[in-house]
Unconditional design. Sequence first.
Length: 175
Amino acid sequence: HELAHVKNRDILIGSIAATMAGAIMMLASIARWSAIFGGGSDDNKGMGGFGLIIMSILAPIAAVLIQTAISRSREYMADSSGARFAQNNEGLASALEKLGAYSRKRPMDANPSTAHMFIVNPLSGQKMMSLFSTHPPLNDRIARLRGFQAPKDASGHGGGMNLDQGKAFWDRLSR
């Protein structure tokens, strides 16, 4: 799974998404301060300042929602690529189940700003908060993996590969 993040260039994509979100937040901040302190005409008929304030509130929320949606989609892709690489989707699904059970049994006091660094979301929360989660729901990830059929090897069995097969498979993914 983690190697698949590297292979899929998720660090680059996440960095671009974070930069775009940061730029949107900076523009929203400029809009907010312009609405508050910006000069204007004596004609108070317009609603420009109010519109800027509303935009400055909604734009950062939209930016974060988009950024976390991208992160969640990259997690699904890493699960799929990792299962294809290992040719063992059940193994990854089982590992995710174990990690999820352990994180429920021994909850962490994790900072939300580091949640994206975990394989399993360390933060539990309500449905509304899942919109801001960097990871998809664990049960959805496991269900997708169990619905995904990993390729079989020459003997007709799935279940891992030796180092040479792994390198050849990795090279095929690169093309």
